[in-house]
Design a binder for this molecule. Structure first.
Ligand SMILES: C[S@@+](CC[C@H](N)C(=O)[O-])C[C@H]1O[C@@H](n2cnc3c(N)ncnc32)[C@H](O)[C@@H]1O
Length: 313
């Protein structure tokens, strides 16, 4: 390669500047001596990148373990359950009494993987979770941004911070029998969620709290685009309102995660209705039997607008 370059230089340069063949040989020898040094620099840079990647993964894997509290294995507080079952914690099948998320290890790892993809694949935008409970998923996203030294993207944390609303069966018949609103364990205050972020050193102005019902906070939200949406509101209404208001702002190539698709019928019906009504055909990927995700195509043929809050099931 080097000698080829030298030959080209020799051929292209005016003859007057090439004093002698020995001069060319000297240049070639000097350049050849540089090659091992350049190779060593490239190797050093690759090692540094590998080491940085390893450190990032160590931090984020530890974050997943702490947020789900598989470290100390706190008992479930889901009605009728007791003790710590690692298999249930893995698939988000319990409510940790102390852990900062109830989505479980598999869905948290999925969130980590898709958030990292938005960074690696330069999918523009912010992040939002609708339905945050103790805040664990949003804490993980903020941690991923920190681990990648990203300061120009925000995490939106949307919740009533007072539990789920009672159903509105006139408008959303699919929610008629929903009883989530009665679960006081699902009502975590804004102050408590902020305190949880602070415990990880991740409470700063890249985290924005949207307090109130989604039907009140999302329609007027002046934020776009999003790189990733994580919807975890359990009910038909909470899911359709989030999809209607947020999906049109999702970047092409961005991801939407639906936490309760496999376990809450109202949520699944809302997703089916929204996808059908807007012509979304992107493949749905299963995570662990409950959570699913899909990627908004880079070129989309959907007919999507932000008008209204979805139709009734
Ligand atoms: C199952 S929890 C979310 C779990 C959480 N993603 C985690 O990581 O553990 C459901 C949350 O959604 C909130 N929620 C559901 N529907 C809502 C709505 N329409 N408006 C505001 N908050 C809502 C509840 O207050 C609750 O915090």
């Amino acid at each position: 390669m080097v000698s080829l370059s030298i030959c080209l230089i020799a051929l292209m340069a005016p003859k007057s500047t090439l004093r002698s063949l020995s001069l060319i040989r000297e240049i070639a020898t000097a350049l050849a001596r540089c090659v091992p040094a350049i190779d060593a620099l490239v190797r050093q840079r690759d090692n540094l990148l590998r080491e940085r990647h390893h450190q990032r993964e160590l931090y984020l894997d530890l974050l997943v373990k702490i947020l789900t509290n598989v470290i100390y294995g706190d008992p479930s507080m889901f009605p009728g359950q007791s003790g710590f079952d690692p298999k249930l914690r893995d698939i988000g099948g319990d409510w940790p009494s102390l852990g900062h998320t109830m989505v479980g290890v598999a869905r948290l790892k999925n969130l980590k993987q898709l958030t990292q993809r938005t960074i690696d694949e330069c999918i523009p935008g912010d992040y939002i979770e609708t339905g945050v409970w103790r805040g664990g998923c949003c804490i993980l996203i903020r941690g991923i941004l920190a681990a990648n030294a990203i300061a120009n993207r925000k995490v939106y944390v949307a919740d009533s911070f007072a539990g789920l609303p009672p159903p509105n069966p006139e408008r959303y018949p699919a929610d008629a029998d929903d009883t989530h609103y009665m679960a006081q364990q699902l009502a975590i205050s804004l102050e408590q969620v902020q305190a949880n972020f602070a415990k990880y050193g991740l409470l700063d102005d890249q985290v924005v709290f949207l307090r109130g019902l989604f039907q009140e906070t999302l329609p007027g939200l002046a934020v776009a685009p999003f790189a990733l949406l994580r919807l975890d509101g359990d009910m038909y209404e909470s899911t359709i309102v989030a999809l209607t208001n947020l999906y049109p702002r999702l970047s092409p190539g961005g991801f939407v995660i639906i936490d309760d698709y496999g376990t809450c019928e109202g949520c699944r019906t809302a997703v089916t209705d929204y996808r059908r009504d807007t012509g979304i055909s992107a493949e749905i990927h299963s995570i662990d039997g409950s959570g699913v995700w899909w990627q908004r195509p880079l070129r989309h043929r959907e007919s999507i607008s932000e008008s209204g809050a979805g139709k009734s099931a």
